[in-house]
Design a protein around this ligand. Structure first.
Ligand SMILES: [Zn+2]
Length: 160
């Protein structure tokens, strides 16, 4: 599929604008520093190369801006930060501005859900990988095996 087609698909996507506040930015910065500048996306790029998974693009202007898009297989991959997407396994609890964060997390969850529905409605298959899964070798290998199987399946896919 041509990139122009993908871009035209993104036009109808209406998701809430997300403006980072000062508090969020400083949190972001501390997280980035603590991870030694290796972002979750970079980790996945390395793994995809290691596993010889090809056919992905980054920075495609598709609804919700997936981190990785496989246009041919019509698979969109999101790598979700456990804090921002309020992972129920890691359960990060902000110590201050609790109400603010609660609302923020709720908004993020609604947005994630709406992006998933929109993409699925257009025949995309959506894969979400959690940040914590990238740190667990056994877990991430299982997820990657699942992704490879998904990429090999032939369409058309029923949207849900
Ligand atoms: Zn997590």
């Amino acid at each position: 599929m041509a990139l122009t087609n993908l871009i035209s698909e993104s036009h109808e996507c209406i998701v809430m604008a997300d403006v980072h506040t000062k508090a969020q930015r400083s949190y972001n910065m501390s997280r980035i520093r603590s991870r030694g500048n290796l972002t979750t996306e970079t980790r996945l790029v390395r793994l995809l190369r290691k596993w010889h998974v090809t056919g992905w693009r980054r920075g495609v202007a598709l609804c919700g801006r997936p981190d990785f898009v496989f246009p041919q297989a019509r698979v969109a991959v999101f790598v979700d930060g456990c804090f921002w997407h309020n992972c129920q396994q890691c359960k990060f609890k902000p110590s201050s501005n609790v109400t603010y964060w609660k609302e923020k997390f709720a908004r993020n969850r609604i947005r994630d859900e709406s992006v998933k529905r929109t993409l699925r409605g257009r025949g995309w298959r959506v894969v979400r990988i959690w940040e914590h899964e990238l740190r667990n070798r056994v877990r991430i290998e299982k997820r990657l095996r699942g992704l490879v199987q998904l990429l090999q399946k032939k369409g058309p896919w029923v949207s849900s």
